[in-house]
Design a protein around this ligand. Structure first.
Ligand code: C2E
Ligand code: CA
Ligand code: CA
Ligand code: CA
Length: 278
């Protein structure tokens, strides 16, 4: 029994060492990417479900590894939050996203671009001022910018959070509540914060074809959003049935692999910005 215990311990510690080394390596990669301003932004098109037409996109950060492989944000966003690097990351993503908005407008496609924002960014009292500066320096119409926050970002100090969201809102951009229905949902958030958009979490969309309960929840969220005059966006549509059901329910917008995966800026440009002949 003793030997087993020792084996387990050494196995675990080897595992732990590997995990720690990976973490340090990832932090180095992230810092290098930030220093070189070389993070990539992928864009996932957002569709008007009634018109089956692209009206915007969500901006999703990617880290390109030395060998050219793409690192998912799940592997470095939590790390960037723990190390405080999220502020630099968030700024670079915002600048690149606003530059992309300008590029779309230039190509006669005034797409609305949604940018993910972490709780720590919202907790920064000068965040709204910084966003205002980026809007000015890139010269974009703030109406084309949307910021996505999760419920966890709203659970911090109430007055501070509300002030930041009100300041952002007064810049003329719109605010979306991401992953709605997961986490510590409180319906009072919807009244107390100036939120314009509800994004229905993928977990409900995923099961709505097969589980009546999931369909009921999606139906209820769509009604709730309509009552509160909020724009509804469903995420993670993977089937034709989901597309049609959501449209039928009155959900106006959607994103998902069924329509299009997140794609590089170049691919987005080729597929969606060069459609019009002048
Ligand atoms: P999220 O904001 O909920 O983004 C949606 C995620 O779902 C994306 O993963 C997207 O690629 C994926 N997705 C979209 N459609 C489908 C579908 O039909 N099926 C499935 N299975 N997945 C779909 P991604 O790009 O890996 O991003 C993961 C998370 O990382 C995001 O979740 C967001 O929380 C975070 N993130 C990404 N970019 C940023 C950023 O610039 N800043 C911050 N703070 N967080 C970011
Ligand atoms: Ca999001
Ligand atoms: Ca989401
Ligand atoms: Ca998510």
């Amino acid at each position: 029994a003793k030997a087993t215990g020792k084996d387990k311990f050494s196995f675990f510690s080897k595992d732990l060492k590997l995990a720690m080394r990976k973490r340090v390596e990832m932090e180095v990669k992230l810092r290098t990417a930030l220093d070189n301003n070389s993070l990539a932004i992928f864009f996932q098109p957002k569709y008007d479900l009634n018109l089956n037409k692209v009206v915007g996109a969500e901006s999703l950060v990617r880290l390109i590894d030395d060998d050219g492989s793409i690192v998912s944000p799940d592997e470095f966003i939590p790390l960037s939050e723990e190390t405080g690097l999220i502020h630099r990351l968030g700024k670079q993503v915002l600048v690149k996203s606003c530059e992309f908005i300008a590029k779309c407008v230039e190509a006669n496609e005034p797409f609305k671009i949604a940018v993910n924002v972490s709780a720590q960014q919202i907790a920064n009292p000068s965040f709204a001022k910084e966003v205002g500066e980026v809007i000015l320096s890139t010269g974009i119409d703030p109406g084309l910018l949307e910021l996505e926050v999760t419920e966890s970002a709203l659970m911090a100090d109430f007055d501070q959070t509300r002030n930041v969201l009100l300041a952002l809102s007064s810049l003329g951009l719109s605010l979306a509540l991401d992953d709605f229905g997961t986490g510590y949902s409180s319906l009072s958030y919807l009244r107390q914060f100036p939120l314009n958009v509800l994004k229905i979490d993928r977990s409900f969309i995923k099961d709505m074809d097969t589980e009546p309960q999931a369909l009921d929840i999606v139906t209820a969220i769509v009604r709730l959003g309509n009552c509160l005059n909020m724009v509804l966006v469903a995420e993670g549509l993977e089937t034709e049935l989901q597309f049609h059901s959501l449209r039928q329910l009155g959900c106006e917008y959607g994103q998902g692999y069924y329509m299009c995966k997140p794609i590089s800026e170049d691919e987005f440009t080729t597929r969606f910005l060069n459609q019009k002949t002048m």
